[in-house]
Design a protein around this ligand. Structure first.
Ligand SMILES: [Zn+2]
Length: 261
């Protein structure tokens, strides 16, 4: 849905509902007004750009902003389409601060988090991730390889059988850029269908699956604002995979061949 300048007034809000005090003016602002006001506050000397807002059916609570043809383009999760103005304002501060490479004022980050952490919001986000995120997965039994069997075998060989089996599946499309990924929201490992098709070898599939299993074993490390996905322990464990070099070489030629098709 495209929101035009000045249209789509937001509903009023109950101050008690959010538990903070606000400038009453925000009640009468459209979403576009809010972004323009926040932009002015952050960059008082820059002329306020045109703002376009689109609500998108994302699988989560993420929203995005970018410059495009000197316009400010916002793509906001439709979960927030009916959110009260103070929440829209908080999101505006978060997105525009990031775009302008400034620290996000803690008060807005806090307000936004409080809202998303409300039980009803958490519940609808959870349902949303399940309903929308799951569509790209088909079952573990491929045409050539069965991921359940491969998982059990690798689990026994490298993890003493201690890893709990997540949901396993093949992607619907044969991606050559994303060969596999671990999705914590669904506790699922998804491998590209490309690996289930003709020239892919069992070694290559096993290596990609092993890599994703290591994500189960070694969770993402966070320190302050930093995130480390492939930790030192992760990398050390990955080197233990026999035929690692051969597997990587095979994957490279598999992806190159797929590109030429
Ligand atoms: Zn990885």
């Amino acid at each position: 849905m495209q929101v035009e300048r000045g249209q789509a007034r937001l509903p009023g809000f109950e101050v008690e509902e959010v538990g903070e005090s606000f400038v009453t003016a925000v009640v009468f602002e459209s979403c576009g007004d809010i972004y323009r006001r926040v932009f002015r506050a952050l960059r008082p000397r820059t002329p306020v750009p045109e703002v376009s807002i689109e609500y998108c059916r994302f699988a989560g609570a993420n929203s995005f902003v970018r410059w495009h043809n000197s316009r400010l383009e916002l793509r906001i999760t439709d979960v927030l389409e009916g959110a009260p103005a103070p929440i829209q304002e908080a999101l505006a501060y978060i997105l525009l601060s990031k775009l302008l490479r400034r620290p996000v004022p803690p008060v807005y980050r806090h307000r936004y988090r409080l809202y998303l952490n409300r039980q009803d919001m958490r519940r609808s986000l959870h349902l949303l991730r399940q309903a929308r995120g799951r569509k790209h997965i088909s079952g573990p039994e491929g045409e050539r390889f069965n991921l359940k069997e491969l998982f059990a075998e690798l689990n026994a060989r490298f993890f003493h059988g201690l890893l709990a089996e997540p949901e396993l599946g093949w992607s619907r499309t044969a991606s050559r850029t994303l060969l596999g990924h671990f999705d914590p929201a669904h506790n699922a490992i998804i491998l590209s269908k490309l690996l289930d098709s003709a020239p892919a070898t069992r070694l290559a599939v096993e290596y990609v699956l092993y890599h994703e299993m290591l994500h189960l074993r070694y969770p993402v490390e966070t320190a302050g604002a930093k995130r480390r996905v492939h930790t030192k322990e992760f990398k050390a464990a990955e080197k233990l995979f026999p035929g690692l070099k051969e597997a990587k070489a095979q994957l490279e030629s598999l992806c190159t061949a797929a590109r030429r098709r």
